[in-house]
Design a protein around this ligand. Structure first.
Ligand code: NAD
Ligand code: 0WE
Length: 264
């Protein structure tokens, strides 16, 4: 029996077969969880419904996290399918394109800052507010996805780094708030992976190459690597872990300096 047998997981942020959310959903399905999904736009509906079906789920509902009405309507609709659930996965980030290429101060604007923080950080708390009732009284878990730019200055990541720093603080405040109700809250800080969100980013291939050279494991991570860690963190195997940021990055974040090994 899988280590998520009997658990229901809502996965927010599935867009394609390359999505980190897809790696997470596959691992959770393999371990016996029942799944529900959202799709952000009507354009994504068909694709998300098909992927849901592949994992034995018939629940795919519209949700754009930009408005409270959207979030309220989503949980109303979800409660027609489920009387409660155990796991919330938040795999959502967005900043306007003009925020992500060039020097930080040249790029950052009041509106860019607002949107990045709203969609990439506040939305996690907003979903938790909506999910709270349905998740209460269980040994539940919430999980979000962060990136190293939260704690280091990474070229071009710019205001998204500030939004991820806010998201990581959100994890700690939510963990402290929800712990007494039995809900754990954690994040995975993933290494770079070529997904749709990474597709529009200039120089992404160079970043992947750099991680391959400099990380202790001398490789990039996969959505399967992230998915397995996510399934663990959201399972009772991780019952003692909350408020944590777990790096799934082939060890890249621990390196202070790197020399080529002789055969490289
Ligand atoms: P992705 O494009 O597959 O997923 C991003 C998702 O965000 C999409 O499903 C999109 O629909 C959703 N989204 C954006 N704005 C939304 C809104 N207003 N309402 C609802 N949904 C919205 O890309 P991904 O790389 O799988 O990203 C998932 C998460 O992983 C993000 O938080 C990202 O910051 C994080 N992350 C990605 C990487 C990477 O290199 N790909 C590394 C570390 C962390
Ligand atoms: O969090 C992310 C990507 C988030 C993201 C990506 C886009 C591209 C398209 C947020 N908003 C947008 N808006 C768009 O219009 N990652 C961790 C992947 C990523 O993105 C980078 C990176 C890495 C890594 C951008 C610059 C530098 C590094």
């Amino acid at each position: 029996m899988g280590f998520l047998a009997g658990k229901r997981a809502l996965v927010v942020g599935l867009a394609s077969q390359r999505s980190i959310a897809w790696g997470i959903a596959q691992a959770m399905h393999r371990e016996g969880a029942e799944l529900a999904f959202n799709y952000q736009t009507d354009k994504l509906r068909g694709r998300v419904e098909k992927m849901a079906t592949e994992l034995g789920s018939s629940i795919a509902l519209p949700l754009d996290v930009a408005t409270d009405e959207g979030i309220d309507g989503f949980f109303d609709a979800l409660s027609g399918h489920w009387d409660g659930f155990d796991i919330l996965v938040h795999s959502v980030a967005f900043a306007p394109q003009d925020q992500l290429g060039g020097g930080y101060l040249d790029c950052v604007t009041r509106e860019g800052f607002r949107v990045a923080h709203d969609i990439s950080s506040y939305s996690f708390a907003a979903l938790a507010k909506g999910a709270r009732g349905l998740m209460a009284g269980r040994e539940g878990a919430m999980l979000t996805l962060s990136y190293l730019g939260a704690v280091r200055a990474v070229p071009n990541y710019n205001v998204m780094g500030l939004a991820k720093a806010s998201l990581e603080a959100n994890v700690r405040f939510m963990a402290a708030d929800l712990g007494p109700s039995g809900t754990r809250v954690n994040a995975i800080s993933a290494g770079p992976i070529k997904t749709l969100a990474a597709a529009g980013v200039g120089g992404f291939r160079r970043m992947l190459h750099h991680v391959e050279e400099a990380s202790p494991l001398r490789r990039n991570v996969t959505i399967e690597n992230v998915g397995n860690a996510a399934a663990f963190l959201c399972s009772d195997l991780a019952a003692g872990i909350t408020g944590e940021i777990l790096y799934v990055d082939a060890g890249y974040n621990i390196v202070g300096m790197h020399f080529e090994t002789p055969d490289e």
